[in-house]
Design a protein around this ligand. Sequence first.
Ligand SMILES: Nc1ncnc2c1ncn2[C@@H]1O[C@H](COP(=O)(O)OP(=O)(O)OP(=O)(O)O)[C@@H](O)[C@H]1O
Length: 316
Amino acid sequence: MITISALTKRYGDFTAVDDVSFTARPGRVTGFLGPNGAGKSTTLRILTGLAEATSGTAEVLGRRFADLPNPGREVGVLLDASAQHAGRTGRESLVLAQRTLGLPAARVGETLDRVGLTPQEARRRVGNYSLGMRQRLGVATALIGEPQVLILDEPANGLDPAGIRWMRDLLRDFADDGGTVLLSSHLLAEIETIADDIVVIGGGRVVAGGPKSELLAGVGTLVRADDVAALTTALEAAGQTTSRTDDGAVLTDADLAGAGRAAFSAGIPVTELRAADGAGLEETFLALTAPTQRDAGGAPRPPVSPHTPTTTGAVA
Ligand SMILES: Nc1ncnc2c1ncn2[C@@H]1O[C@H](COP(=O)(O)OP(=O)(O)OP(=O)(O)O)[C@@H](O)[C@H]1O
């Protein structure tokens, strides 16, 4: 269990993390999602004892990280895969972790297997690793102590699609065994693939949070028609809020029946009608975090179904 309560971090006049609260629970993979500079890394650094909070608390297994009796055995952490010692081989890096934590020597080979690094790759220097291989080694270092909690900053960075699937399966198995996983990403697609619960952060504040299934269900309906302008007019005349996807479909905050009825009443032939799912979530994510997006590509569209920012930010 990870519990963040009213966490605030100021650097001078600048507030990097602003009253952030959420919970990551055992048995669940919690995605911490936000654009560059949103405050994810700062939150994770405080959670893992690398930075001091200005106010509020961040606890793992009911304690501040610094107060954990044996943090390496309780919490696996991967904050920066590129920070690993370039001159050591992958195996040497793991052996170091194994000895530091007082683990049996056999754990090194088992863990390398678990993250899909071959013995040959493990004999190569980390400086010659691809980013994806460093991520695997970083995950191995996090896992070797068989912790109950994993905290990973952008772990899918540099992984190819097969690597992302591997990561998803590994984290799924870890959570299914009762573990708690908190992973950050600025990429919605990664979080959407891997997480059960999602906490969205923008400008240092939690702007949405909850089970992924609820966030996906709450994003309305996607409707497509040849006459997009007429369709938009019909949906809006029925009191619906709409926005346009990049490929010309219309997103509405209405449910399937409401959207279908409005189009039918206006005599507009619909070529596609379905739950908005990822397309809607993408729009919502961009809109919720718009003030902090560096490259918004023009004014972001409003969310089709804004999620009420949670006052506690708790993942229900
Ligand atoms: N030591 C520091 N001094 C001043 N400002 C800082 C410091 N560390 C972080 N910040 C600022 O705090 C904000 C949040 O940064 P943070 O690294 O937590 O964002 P992030 O969500 O992890 O972004 P990214 O996805 O780019 O890693 C940024 O505006 C950053 O410039």
